[in-house]
Design a protein around this ligand. Structure first.
Ligand code: IMP
Ligand code: MG
Length: 196
C-alpha cells in the first residue's frame, strides 16, 4: 500500500505566525511562569497530541523545577456522542493531588474541550490549576474558560503546523499556517507494489 500525502506547500495560503514570533512569545510566557511559580514545583500537563510542540519548547525556557505529564482525549463527538463531549483515551501517570497544575494546550476554539478537562482534573483536588494555551480563537467561544497564559488570539481560521495537523500530518512545521482548503486533497491509501 502506498500512502499519498500532499505536500503542504501546494495548499499553503499564509503563514499566520512565523517561527521567530512564535518562539519569542513562548519565551515570554515561560518568563511569566518562572515568575509566578517561583519557589513552587508545578506539574505541566500536556494534552496530546496537539500540545506537544508547545510543551517541549515552553519547558526549555523554564528555569524553575517542574515536572511534565501527558493525557490524551478525543474531542468532538463522533457519531452518537454529543458535540463537545470528550473521552479520556490516556490518563496521567502522576497524581495531581495537592499539586500546582498548568494545563498546556495548543488551541482553544469553542472551549468545550478545555472546560471538560478542567472539570475532570478538579475532582482530583490539585492545589491549583491554570490554563496555558498557545492559540485562542476567541470569536468561536461557546463556554467560558479561564485562560491564565495566552500566546496569541487568532481569527476564526482553521490552522495547522506546530503541533496542529492536517488529517494527522505536518505537525512538525515550526510555524502556524493557514491552508487553502480548495487546494487541499486529503491523504489516501493506494494499492502499491510494496507490501507495507
Ligand atoms: P474546542 O473544544 O472547540 O475548544 O476545541 C479544541 C480542539 O479542537 C483543539 O484541541 C484542537 O484539537 C481542535 N481545533 C480547533 N481549532 C483547530 C484548528 O484550527 N486546527 C486544528 N485543530 C483545531
Ligand atoms: Mg488539541
Amino acid at each position: 500500500m502506498t500512502r499519498m500525502v500532499q505536500d503542504y506547500r501546494e495548499y499553503l495560503k499564509e503563514i499566520l505566525i512565523p517561527e521567530d514570533v512564535l518562539q519569542q512569545r513562548i519565551a515570554e510566557l515561560a518568563e511569566e511562569i518562572n515568575r509566578d511559580y517561583e519557589g513552587k514545583v508545578p506539574l505541566l500537563v500536556c494534552i496530546l497530541r496537539g500540545g506537544v510542540m508547545f510543551l517541549t519548547d515552553l519547558v526549555r525556557y523554564l528555569r524553575i523545577p517542574h515536572e511534565i505529564d501527558f493525557m490524551a482525549i478525543q474531542s468532538y463527538g463522533v457519531g452518537r456522542r454529543e458535540p463537545g463531549e470528550i473521552r479520556l483515551t490516556m490518563d496521567l501517570q502522576s497524581s495531581i493531588r495537592d499539586r500546582h497544575v498548568i494545563l498546556v494546550e495548543d488551541i482553544i476554539d469553542t472551549g468545550h474541550t478545555i472546560s471538560q478537562v478542567l472539570r475532570l482534573l478538579e475532582v482530583r483536588q490539585p492545589k491549583s490549576i491554570r490554563v496555558c494555551v498557545l492559540l485562542d480563537k476567541r470569536a468561536r467561544r461557546e463556554v467560558d474558560v479561564p485562560i491564565h497564559y495566552r500566546g496569541f488570539e487568532i481569527p476564526n481560521y482553521f490552522v495547522f503546523g506546530y503541533g496542529l495537523d492536517m488529517d494527522g500530518y505536518w505537525r512538525n512545521l515550526p510555524f502556524i499556517a493557514v491552508p487553502d482548503l480548495n487546494k487541499y486533497r486529503p491523504p489516501r491509501t493506494l494499492p502499491g507494489e510494496e507490501k507495507d
